[in-house]
Design a protein around this ligand. Structure first.
Ligand code: ATP
Ligand code: MG
Length: 429
């Protein structure tokens, strides 16, 4: 007997019980982004491997060990996208839509792939909603990104459970000066650093700040601080951002060790973190990447963006019991019909009702069945009302209208009056 087929570890099915919450979350974000004037872009899931190497950086966790890379049949090296920014930059360059300083405010949603150790909140196929803004260089747009996410947490009921961490990485010049100072400091302590940090010290020293190792963390307490190396322009930019967050009343903490995993950030970096998910605490992360477009072959083009992890936010909504009550019910009305003639009439009637009430969630019984079995299905569907159409109702051109939850007697409603009646008793989304 053949081994039963299974999904790949870390790549999950999202079952019908879970999709209402996903759609609620994605719908809430999409509406919010529409309202702020952002437009959706859809990129392919597979790109040339070179794209990610060039944009994310060779010496990053993603490129070093997390990418799903394979050869196409014609020998091209392709990679399942581990994040969205690279492809988005590739797309705007390819289509010339950021040329001449054109502002683009774009967002995307979809699966990303990273070969990580699967655990709660960390998967190999996961989903992000991300956003990128091109050709705006001021702190006003950095602030808008954060203000939007703050509004989102408000709409979802998550404000009390998330914390905003901020840092500025400066321009590449000031970051270069800081990197030198950090390398000098860490080199003096190299024997006490964990193995990973020793390696990073040579390849990508800023990432040492990101270490989870307690001894290395202790050494870092006395390390030079990026804030002391910021150039005037970056400092003014950071002050401008903070002033705007203060104006809206968004609380934040400055985290001098926040460097982010990707190479391309400059100036603003931020993360929304929670302590409700255990170790996988970052739900949204982003920052400014003014050098990236040029690095990828375009004209100098300021950029800023973020991405949030949908799985982690869905987990949070569940953990904090912020799942809206109404998501549990998917059906408003269940229509039962008994006998062939009644079934035909029920189908025609249901289509008339749908014409009049396009948002009504009406499920018509399929597969016939006895009175008892159809009623059981009506009840199980979660519907608020059952409609009943048998020979008697057919003769009189009425339906039986039976409340399934709570009070109320069954009554007869004329076919012509059915839509109007349903409109009064079913709240329509
Ligand atoms: P982490 O430090 O948790 O590995 P990261 O810095 O690699 O995160 P980003 O590349 O900034 O993550 O991605 C943005 C967001 O996408 C993260 O904050 C997180 O919410 C989500 N995310 C990243 N990797 C995964 C994953 N493997 N599984 C689920 N969600 C993820
Ligand atoms: Mg990661």
């Amino acid at each position: 007997m053949s081994k039963s087929l299974q999904a790949i570890r870390g790549m999950n099915d999202i079952l019908p019980e879970q999709t209402p919450l996903w759609r609620y979350f994605e719908g809430t974000v999409a509406r919010l982004l529409d309202n702020y004037g952002y437009r959706q872009i859809r990129m392919p899931i597979v790109e040339f491997t070179e794209l990610f190497k060039r944009s994310i950086g060779e010496v990053t966790d993603i490129v070093e060990k997390e990418m799903y890379t394979f050869d196409d049949r014609n020998g091209d090296s392709l990679t399942l996208r581990p994040e969205g920014t690279a492809a988005c930059v590739r797309a705007v360059l390819e289509h010339g839509i950021t040329g001449g300083g054109q502002v683009q405010k774009l967002w995307y949603v979809g699966p990303m792939f990273r070969h990580e150790r699967p655990q709660k909140g960390r998967y190999r196929q996961f989903h992000q909603i991300g956003l990128e803004v091109f050709n705006l260089e001021g702190p006003d747009i950095d602030a808008e990104l954060i203000v939007m996410t703050w509004r989102l947490w408000g709409e979802l009921g998550l404000r009390d459970a998330v914390k905003l961490e901020l840092n500025s990485l400066g321009t590449s010049e000031s970051r270069g000066r800081y990197r030198e100072a950090l390398v000098e400091f860490l080199s003096a302590h190299i024997d006490k650093l964990d193995e990973d940090s020793q390696r990073r010290l040579k390849t990508n020293p800023l990432r040492v700040l990101d270490t989870k190792n307690a001894e290395t963390q202790a050494i870092l307490v006395d390390a030079p601080k990026m804030a002391d190396y910021l150039d005037d322009e970056s400092r003014a930019h950071f002050e401008g951002l903070k002033a705007r967050l203060d104006a809206v009343g968004i609380p934040y903490v400055i985290n001098p060790k926040l460097v982010r995993g990707l190479d391309y950030y400059s100036k603003t970096v931020f993360e929304w973190v929670t302590d409700k998910l255990g170790a996988q605490g970052t739900v949204c992360a982003g920052g400014r990447y003014d050098g990236l477009v040029e690095q990828m072959g375009g004209k100098p083009t300021p950029g800023v963006g973020f991405a949030m992890g949908i799985e982690r936010l869905v987990l949070m909504l569940e953990a904090l019991e912020k799942v809206p009550e109404e998501l549990s019910r998917q059906v408003d009305v269940y229509l039962c019909a008994f006998g062939e003639a009644a079934e035909l009439a029920a189908l025609a009637l249901s289509e008339r009702v749908r014409d009049q009430l396009p948002n009504l969630r009406l499920q018509i019984n399929a597969g016939a069945g006895s009175f008892k079995s159809q009623f059981k299905k009506a009840d199980k569907s979660g519907a608020l009302y059952a409609l009943i159409l048998g020979d008697d109702e057919l003769a009189q051109q009425v339906v039986g209208f039976k409340p399934l939850r709570g009070q109320g007697e069954q009554q007869s409603i004329a076919w012509d009056a059915l839509a109007a009646h349903l409109a009064t008793c079913v709240v329509q989304g």
